[in-house]
Design a protein around this ligand. Structure first.
Ligand code: NAD
Length: 376
């Protein structure tokens, strides 16, 4: 039986952070990163809490690609804090770390018989990329390997989509994270688990990214572009939380763990090659997946006189977006040496094949095919 879950309540529009002033008295555990402290965003949140007589404990040690060691530190502090609410303020790394901290705190409390009440979980994304605020996934790093965790208990209760918090995202991170959104939407759309429900979210997210990425990249203060990209990120999150992802993400996870390439950028570099592989352009007959990509091309108003033309025009449109946002398109552009890469390609392919996202890819790859995509 197929299903589509819509659990987190989503509040959105610039300024929607004021939702926090509707919270009742209690204790909050606030997880964030050093940038949020420096930029004054954390202070804004804490002010709203204090004005509502909410006590708080602040944990602001989150690093990109959150390592398991940071999660362990967070668990220790959360157990001490015993909060009624957990607030994650930051990019995907912060929200993912908060999810892992929540899950491990719960596990540990249950195992040791300590009384535990799940805190209300509020996620406030400050990048428009991962959609983590509406998913039950978390990606943490263990020994240089990105490990995806999946558990329904990690799904936030409330997501606050406030575009005022993304105006400071620098142009290149704006582009990288928006390409992550596009990858989520594309992969959800062609996934084995796609449905009418996830398609609706994915199609809208694709349209919004194409319409607003360049505007937000060129002018961070373009609040309309910021709002629409922030919504796109959340919609794509809802799509892939239900339809799951594919090998674009499996390979990006593997590469991110080893080379520490920003997640969205790794996805972006791989995207044209993964579309070509999934659509199986070498086949003489049009595949179902090729037709799905062509549908997306049609939605975007690209040339689609044939399925093949649709797929090729979609690939071309992606490459134009990469060029317009100055996103590196090759490993050399990222400063990774070919020798280093060749040495690691075997392990990367193994990690990608073992990644959960590979299960829902529309075409089942073998190791040789994964190596070919990575090397292309
Ligand atoms: P991030 O959270 O790692 O942040 C990247 C950088 O941007 C950091 O230095 C951060 O301080 C900075 N930043 C964040 N908000 C900012 C703002 N408003 N202004 C200026 N700088 C800001 O980046 P991300 O792309 O949001 O998250 C990537 C992580 O999320 C990866 O670990 C990836 O694997 C994971 N991920 C998770 C999911 C999921 O479903 N849980 C999906 C995709 C990716």
């Amino acid at each position: 039986m197929k299903k589509f879950s819509m659990k987190p309540k989503v509040v959105f529009e610039a300024g929607s952070i004021k939702y926090l002033s509707t919270l009742k008295k209690g204790k909050a555990f606030v997880i964030t990163d050093p940038f949020m402290i420096k930029a004054g965003f954390a202070a804004k949140i804490l002010e709203l809490l204090v004005s509502n007589e909410i006590e708080y404990t602040l944990f602001s040690d989150i690093k990109p690609d959150p390592p398991i060691e940071t999660v362990s530190l967070g668990v220790e502090q959360m157990i001490k804090a015993a909060p009624d609410m957990l607030i994650a303020l930051g990019g995907g790394s912060t929200i993912d770390a908060a999810k892992a901290i929540l899950m491990f705190t719960q596990d540990l409390s249950k195992k040791s018989g300590v009384p535990y009440k799940r805190p209300k979980f509020i996620a406030i994304p400050t990048t428009s990329g991962t959609g983590s605020e509406v998913t039950s996934f978390s990606v943490i790093t263990v020994n240089n390997q990105k490990v995806p965790l999946v558990h329904l208990d990690m799904l936030p209760d409330v997501a606050i989509i406030d575009a005022d918090l993304v105006k400071t995202v620098p142009p290149q991170i704006t582009a990288d994270t928006a390409m992550d959104v596009l990858t989520h939407a594309f992969e959800a759309y062609v996934s084995k688990k796609a449905s009418d429900y996830s398609d609706a979210m994915a199609e809208k997210a694709v349209k919004l990214v194409f319409a607003y990425i360049v505007r937000a990249y060129k002018n961070g203060n373009d609040i309309e572009a910021r709002e629409r990209l922030h919504n796109a990120s959340c919609l794509a999150g809802m799509a892939f939380n239900n339809a799951m992802l594919g090998i674009n993400h499996s390979i990006a996870h593997a590469m991110g763990g080893v080379f520490h390439i920003p997640h969205g950028r790794a996805n972006a570099i791989l995207m044209p090659h993964v579309i070509a592989y999934n659509a199986n352009l070498e086949s003489e007959t049009d595949t179902v997946t090729a037709a799905r990509y062509a549908e997306l091309a049609k939605i975007l108003g690209l040339p689609t006189r044939s399925v093949r033309e649709g797929v090729l025009s979609l690939i071309c449109a992606v490459k134009i977006l990469l060029a317009e946002t100055n996103t590196p398109m090759t490993l050399k552009d990222l400063g990774i040496s070919k020798d280093d890469f060749i040495q690691k390609v075997d392990a990367l392919a193994d990690a990608a094949l073992a990644d959960k996202c590979t299960d829902t890819n529309p075409r089942k790859p073998n190791k040789e095919e994964i190596v070919k995509i990575i090397m292309s």
